[in-house]
Ligand binder design. Structure first.
Ligand code: PLP
Length: 372
């Protein structure tokens, strides 16, 4: 086998993530590597924490990027907050709520399931009934932006309910952050995680997380140690914590963190509220275009995420063949359906740097040509 330098093709990424990464972010990634305890790198870490706080709209001291993808951010929240025997209410309306359940079980907790149909938002009334029926539940977990369906759930209302019943909340904002409002402090979210590769348009492999004072209190007063050494926040705090002399925990992905810093800086320069509006604006254009082509959305407009658009595959169209032609002939990546929606929908992402007029027009033109 002859192996030479890898040169990836130049694609337009309009699937469920990763999204297109801006040249500014790629350039940041290529800067010289320095030590992960270098004083200049510590300065960058402080700035990064500040920028993540900006994106999450929080003042939480325990805010940092986990050195691994969104799944590790999810696991970080569950392994730290769930102790064996804890009852956790998990709302599921797609693939990723299912993973939350897995996490609870693996952490020794008991799942109270609140299930909603895929393609609809989490039903606050069902959550309220579960909270009433389980007064000993201590945590409520849900996905704000379900990437498998393109549904936005009302994180503000669900968090308010959980708080009313004295529960902490764990909220998945992997696809939400940067594309729709996420207001951690105003809504009172206790543990939140995201991913670098969606609306932040950074390289994949990092997961910003943030924890409220109440969550931090639960973590520091655990009866049993966290079963994951790498994700144990009691240890990670020695590296990322406030007011500590930073000590070695693991070797941070130095260059990837340069790129996250740049991606978040771009978000702050635009203004996060402007980014939310931009996602809405281009989603509307895509929606009108698909409607003109006779394509239906899976989700009703009042629950639709602007950054993830699931369209129903029209009768007679060959799912895999269409996606393959888009990739081969147009260098355009769109997403397949996941789980029960496999073969039923295509998922078109309008995320971060890739959420622009050029991509909307390109995607509509390419799909129109391929669908004939
Ligand atoms: N949660 C949601 C809602 C996601 O969309 C994803 C990834 O698509 C994840 C969690 C897992 O993130 P990652 O693939 O970065 O591990």
């Amino acid at each position: 086998m002859s192996i030479t330098t890898f040169h990836p093709p130049s694609r337009t990424l309009m699937g469920p993530g990763p999204s297109d990464v801006s040249p500014r972010v790629l350039e940041a990634l290529a800067r010289p590597t320095i030590g992960h305890l270098d004083p200049r790198f510590i300065d960058l870490m402080d700035e990064l924490k500040h920028l993540i706080q900006y994106a999450f709209k929080t003042g939480n001291a325990l805010t940092m990027p986990v050195s691994a993808p969104g799944s590790a951010g999810m696991e970080c929240c569950f392994v730290n907050l769930v102790e064996p025997g804890d009852k956790v209410i998990v709302c599921q309306n797609g693939v990723f709520g299912g993973r939350m359940k897995e996490n609870v079980v693996r952490a020794g907790g008991t799942v109270i399931a609140v299930d909603d149909e895929w393609g609809t938002a989490v039903d606050a009334n069902k959550l309220e009934a579960a909270l009433k029926a389980n007064p000993d539940a201590g945590i409520v977990a849900f996905v704000q932006a379900e990437t498998s369906t393109g549904v936005l759930s009302d994180a503000r209302a669900l968090t308010a309910l959980a708080r009313q019943f004295g529960c902490l909340t764990i909220v998945d904002t992997v696809t939400a952050l940067g594309g729709v409002p996420v207001r951690v402090d105003e809504w009172g979210i206790d543990a939140v995680y995201s991913g670098s590769q969606k609306c932040l348009s950074c390289v994949p492999g990092l997961s910003p997380v943030s924890f409220s004072a109440a969550a931090q209190e639960k973590i520091t007063s655990r009866k049993q140690p966290v079963q994951s050494w790498f994700l144990d926040l009691n240890l990670v705090m020695g590296y990322w914590g406030q007011g500590v002399k930073r000590a070695y925990h693991h070797t941070a992905p130095v260059n990837a963190l340069y790129s996250l810093h740049e991606a978040l800086l771009i978000l702050r320069e635009e203004g996060i509220e402007n980014a939310w509006q931009r996602h809405q604006y281009h989603h509307q254009a895509l929606r009108v275009g698909f409607a003109a082509m006779g394509l239906d959305f899976l989700v009703s407009e009042n629950e639709q995420l602007p950054q993830l658009n699931a369209v129903v595959i029209p009768a007679g169209a060959d799912d895999a063949a269409v996606r393959s032609r888009l990739l081969q002939e147009y260098q355009l990546e769109i997403g397949a359906g996941l789980g029960v929606l496999a073969g039923k929908v295509w998922r078109i992402g309008l995320m971060g740097h890739g959420c622009n007029q050029k991509n909307v027009l390109y995607c509509l033109g390419a799909m129109d040509a391929v669908l004939g």
